[in-house]
Design a binder for this molecule. Structure first.
Ligand code: AHR
Length: 653
């Protein structure tokens, strides 16, 4: 009997707490443990996020592998110009016999019959012009093979738009077999639209391939590294995890276009480039080693996602006539594919003496990358073909690596057939975490803040792997912020969440909105970026309910939301208050459950007009402003219209 009363009491308390927008599973103080991996990032080479973006290579089509398969009209010499402007003559051709290696089949053959006054050669303007900074060093390299008797002298030049030489370095191609030649260049002034020229200055014949140029100042000065300003902006999010390499890029445009991680490791000139599903070209220069290394550099747990052995359901443009749709890897190739997934885990975590761990060590990283999570599948259509293949991969990984937390997939929408079937499969297989995706209008996020309060805590946890509110205005960002307070409140069931996509090159954007827009010289973190950052940097591991209440009825007005977490490492109490409405509001803060704390807190406020946004033209229209706020056990805070406030209170020992 006593137990029944206890049970009724628990239900009543839980009911009240839910009415207040709070959730289940808390102790007497209204606190509960939440995920410490809650806020991370989603990276996909979409909108030139990697090639032409984060990957710091400055030469476009460096290995002459562009083709019409990548994009209609592209070919091996796309983005290269043949230069004969000093009345020299000869010819240039694309060849494929005896290439640098089988993975990199095309190269340029340069036949110089008369070098004229200025030599003859090829010029590349990179991705919309090469940006050069005064005094900085640039690493140039190429592979070449001498095909004539006498060595051929080369002049490697930086040029401006008029074709004038800005700086130059000389080398001699003297080996009859493929050999790497390197040099360092610098310039005295800044240039935004420079190009790189490889000019032969004497008669002869040579083959050239893999013409590459990197700034020495990459992020953390890594070789084959990342563009420093972009990587730094990503690092400043302090993401707890990083999902890569996508997105749709993972399962690919047809079975032959799936992202196969083994093609992306080892010497860059031996990697297999392929068509990017977003209608351009993937060099694979930013490959699995670089992804793992970047994760380590920024303190984010790696979350690689592998295809569930089926291609994207939109392959070939299913919505158009002739699309191939989802196709599975043939059953007789499944064991090989499963082994590839198992090998990935060995590559990341296995000892340097293991087959794949040795390849990681050879790349300069003998220690494990501490891989904990692996995703299988990306918002796939829940067909029998998918389920069969997913289950095979899932069971094999679980059996060999029980310590790895596997992430399943439940379709591209917050509900619907694939969502339901995906969850059904998750329940059948007891998948630890499932990946939900949704791109919805801002009001959807405001109106669905209680989505996860109702989730069954005994079932799979959630990775909200892709979400965004379809815009980069302050109002969009605040709708996301309100939703993120609900992710914190439900941090016992939502294990991870990542806004998507992360990066977009302004001149090559194929998806909107994004978190960071950039061009060759600068970047513009959106207001949404600052929201992500305020939550991620101010994360906690314990959630407290009933700390913030609004004078205005929060439930009726979904534009008001709040959360309170504590970070047990620092002892800090962090309160987030969102007002996505046009009227100011009053929040009552009751901090009585906390012991002693400092009399003043750090306050960060993001506010403005709802349609304000940060752009490359005006990158700082809305950014957080920091101030000091006096705090006490019971206090009121006037919440400005259209704002996110983060109050960080230090514990006093
Ligand atoms: O984030 C952009 C795309 O949206 C992803 O590639 C895909 O998973 C989703 O449909």
């Amino acid at each position: 009997m006593k137990n029944i009363f206890k049970y009724i009491w628990v239900i009543a308390v839980v009911g009240v707490l839910q009415v207040n927008g709070q959730t289940t599973g808390k102790n007497k103080t209204g606190s509960k443990k939440i995920s410490t991996d809650l806020f991370g990032i989603f990276f996909e080479d979409l909108s030139y996020a990697a090639d032409g973006g984060l990957y710091a290579e400055l030469i476009q089509n460096r290995s002459f592998e562009y083709s019409p398969t990548d994009r209609k009209g592209w070919h091996s010499l796309s983005y290269w110009d043949y230069m004969t402007d000093g009345f020299g003559y000869g010819n240039i051709s694309i060849e494929s016999s005896a290439p640098l290696n089988a993975n990199n089949p095309h190269y340029v053959l340069l036949n110089i019959e008369d070098e004229g006054q200025k030599g003859i050669g090829i010029v590349n303007a990179g991705f919309d012009g090469i940006v050069l900074k005064a005094g900085e060093q640039y690493n140039f390299s190429l592979f070449a093979k001498l095909l004539s008797k006498q060595p051929v002298p080369l002049s490697i030049q930086f040029r401006n738009k008029k074709g004038e030489i800005l700086s130059e370095v000389k080398m001699s191609i003297d080996a009859g077999d493929w050999k790497k030649y390197s040099a360092t260049l610098t310039v005295k002034n800044n240039y935004d639209t420079a190009s790189l020229a490889v000019i032969a200055t004497a008669k002869g014949k040579l083959a050239v391939d893999m013409i590459s140029l990197f700034p020495q100042k990459t992020f953390n000065r890594r070789a084959n590294g990342l563009r420093a300003d972009l990587a730094q902006a990503v690092a400043a999010l302090q993401p707890k995890f990083m999902r890569f390499p996508g997105g749709c890029l993972v399962h690919g445009d047809g079975v032959g276009n799936m992202y196969r991680w083994k093609n992306t490791i080892g010497p860059v000139e031996q990697r297999i480039a392929q068509k990017n599903i977003w209608n351009y070209h993937q060099t694979a220069g930013l490959g699995y080693f670089e992804y793992f290394q970047f994760c380590e550099d920024i303190g984010a747990k790696p979350l690689p996602v592998v295809a569930a052995a089926v291609s994207c359901q939109n392959s070939g443009g299913t919505w158009r006539i002739g699309g191939t749709g989802q196709k599975g890897i043939p059953m007789n190739e499944m064991q090989e594919y499963i082994q590839e997934v198992l090998d990935l885990i060995e590559y990341a975590n296995g000892p340097a003496t293991s087959t794949w761990g040795a390849k990681r060590a050879a790349a300069g990283h003998p220690q494990s990358f501490n891989l904990q999570y692996v995703g299988i599948g990306n918002e796939d259509k829940m067909t029998p073909e998918f389920k069969e293949r997913f289950t095979m991969i899932y069971n094999a990984v679980k059996a060999k690596y029980p310590e790895i937390t596997l992430v399943g997939t439940v379709g591209p929408s917050p509900d619907g057939e694939d969502f339901e079937l995906g969850w059904k499969l998750a329940n059948e297989l007891n998948i630890p975490i499932v990946d939900e995706h949704y791109y919805q209008p801002p009001n959807w996020f405001l109106n669905n803040q209680f989505r996860y309060d109702a989730y069954d805590r005994k079932k799979s946890k959630v990775y909200l792997g892709e979400y965004a509110s379809r815009g980069n205005n302050l109002f969009n960002a605040l709708a996301e912020a309100a939703y993120m307070t609900s992710l914190e409140r439900n941090g016992d069931v939502v294990q991870m969440a990542s806004y998507a996509p992360l990066l977009a090159n302004q001149s090559h954007t194929s998806w909107n909105p994004n978190l960071i827009y950039f061009n060759n010289t600068m970047l513009a973190p959106t207001v949404n970026y600052y929201v992500q950052q305020l939550f991620s940097v101010n994360h906690g591991d314990t959630y407290f309910s009933n700390i913030v209440s609004f004078k205005e009825a929060a439930l009726k007005d979904s534009t008001l939301a709040a959360s309170c977490v504590k970070n047990s490492k620092t002892g800090d109490i962090i309160i987030k208050i969102v007002n996505a409405g046009a009227a100011k509001a009053t929040a009552d803060l009751n901090l009585s459950v906390f012991g002693k704390f400092a009399a003043t807190a750090t306050m960060q406020l993001l506010s403005g007009e709802p349609d304000m946004k940060n752009t490359l033209q005006n990158p700082q229209q809305v950014i957080p402003k920091t101030s000091v706020l006096p705090v006490k056990k019971k206090m009121q805070y006037e919440v400005p219209a259209y704002s996110l406030t983060v109050i960080r209170i230090k514990r006093v020992l």
